[in-house]
Design a protein. Sequence first.
Length: 410
Amino acid sequence: MSESLASGPPPQTPPTPRHRPTQTPRPVAHPGPIPAPAHERERPATTLRQRLAELRGPAVPPRPLDARALAALAANPGCRRRALLDGAGVDKGALAAALGSPAPFGQSQFAFVRGNAFEARVKADGGTELMRLLYERLGGGGPAPDEVSVPDLTAAGPEGRAARTALALREATAAGGWALLDHPMLALEVAGSPAYLEPDAVAVHPDGTWTVVEIKSFPMVDGSADAAKVGAAARQSAVYVLALERIAELTEGAEVGHRVLLVCPKDFSNLPTASVVDVRKQRAVTRRQLTRLTRIEDIAAALPEGTTFDPECPRPQLDAAVEAVGAAYAPECLAACELAFHCRAKARAAGAVEALGRSVRGELGGLTTVGEVLAAAAGKEGDPADPTVAALRRAAALRAEALEGGPACR
């Protein structure tokens, strides 16, 4: 305490913690906080967690933010709407249904059951088969995993599980042996709000390397799988790698591997096989995109008082609440967001060129609506010196010649 006090003679008898002196206090280097005005003291400050609960609905439980949603959010960091809804834990599927635009989004029940059955087979017998595949693909020159430690990660709540996972990783690294963490819980801060992630498994090598294991139910035929599905798995695994790096920074001798183990059924059987996927590119892109996200409290602070996304509210109120948050719609959202059909309908109604795709939007420059584009192509609006306008008029002329059977089609 003495380091924060200015120079001066100390009091004869130091005050106890419960009784402060009533005489002239010792001067301090930094004055204490100035009391808030009376009208502000009557209304206590609302914490971010309380504010997000109000947005979600007082009786609505939060929907956890998983790595798949985080990867989709990182792919579209300009969408403030998704950042706020995911950060508040809003069920976007229920919200879309309440808005009259339900989306056929998500995994089928059959695929879900098949995936769980395959994962259970891979992890059977303490993960013997999984560790064999890991050693074959990423074992290096170390000893084979004869004895594998499988720590208990049970704890209360996501915060407790994340703390227990971090402790288990440090203990396994210090022990210098093989360890397999089944469904660990990792924490990652996203736009100023914590997100808790649960990978399928994380393996600890004797040299201190941590490897993310991703188990998928799509087949790997002749050693290769569907490129789009592998890419989605790589982006999802990159989020886990970023979360693990936070723990590794505080763990001596630990290093997070940039190669993850992707385990899939071999050909069309139920036998597991594995492939190594390098996620350095996806990790760098995801880190950069998550850094660009606007902080959730800043988005929430700009909303009108009383805004809520509770699906039980009347539809006009929900529509106004959703429109109060800016969105960045793109056709790619249809495969990654439950609100995509609602956002697409609004974009089409407004004639926004974003509905045509990001590449088209980038080519059109300052022309933001389909009406402006058609007017510029017809020569009714726009500066002829603008390269975009000139290109549109040239394209319109070529189209007209082609339809008339002119020189362009000869």
